[in-house]
Design a binder for this molecule. Structure first.
Ligand SMILES: CC(C)(COP(=O)(O)OP(=O)(O)OC[C@H]1O[C@@H](n2cnc3c(N)ncnc32)[C@H](O)[C@@H]1OP(=O)(O)O)[C@@H](O)C(=O)NCCC(=O)NCCS
Length: 150
């Protein structure tokens, strides 16, 4: 089941993101940042174990980012990722957010939800908030994608 993340989930979220961070597939996030943003997260829990996580981070009055989406590699392709993204999108709608973006190495997955590729330069706030601190900046090879919510 999907639920809002709580403080006790942070260590499991951190380990999940670290798996893909070490593979270079996701931006790892320090524990301190995860505690800062615990209220942005949902987790998919099964039998008391966190198998997936996803965050929706508000950036401006009509812009939010889906980030830190990760599913335990042993539990992929069971629709956990889909349910987490659908949960984040319904939250964006509830907050009347018109534009949801993500930076990803899995554009094919996000296209299924109506995300379209955009040029990273369309995301100035994001670049100056996060990217400038990233070890890959300015040579980021993630795909920037945007979903316009009607
Ligand atoms: C991307 C990710 C979240 C998908 O989670 P998941 O639970 O395995 O995905 P789902 O089971 O919900 O997949 C749903 C569908 O998307 C498709 N899909 C999954 N990953 C895909 C990809 N990389 N490209 C294209 N389609 C993909 C699957 O084929 C599946 O279709 P099906 O219904 O025909 O089986 C997971 O692979 C992951 O954690 N990846 C590493 C981290 C990452 O890249 N996060 C996204 C960036 S924020």
């Amino acid at each position: 089941m999907i639920r809002n993340a709580v403080i006790k989930d942070i260590k499991e979220i951190h380990s999940l993101l670290k798996i893909y961070g070490e593979r270079g597939e996701l931006l790892p996030r320090p524990l301190s940042k995860l505690y800062d943003h615990v209220r942005d997260f949902w987790v998919y829990e099964d039998d008391g174990k966190v198998l997936g996580c996803c965050a929706l981070q508000f950036c401006w009055d009509d812009l939010a980012e889906i980030r830190s989406l990760a599913v335990n590699p042993e539990h992929e392709r069971k629709k956990i990722g889909t349910k987490l993204v659908e949960r984040a999108l319904s939250e964006a709608i509830a907050f009347n957010i018109k534009h949801v973006f993500t930076l990803t190495y899995r554009p094919g997955f996000f296209q299924r939800f109506g995300f379209e590729k955009i040029d990273r330069s369309e995301l100035p706030l994001k670049i100056w908030a996060d990217c400038i601190l990233c070890i890959k900046f300015p040579d980021c090879d993630e795909t920037a994608m945007m979903k316009v919510i009607m």
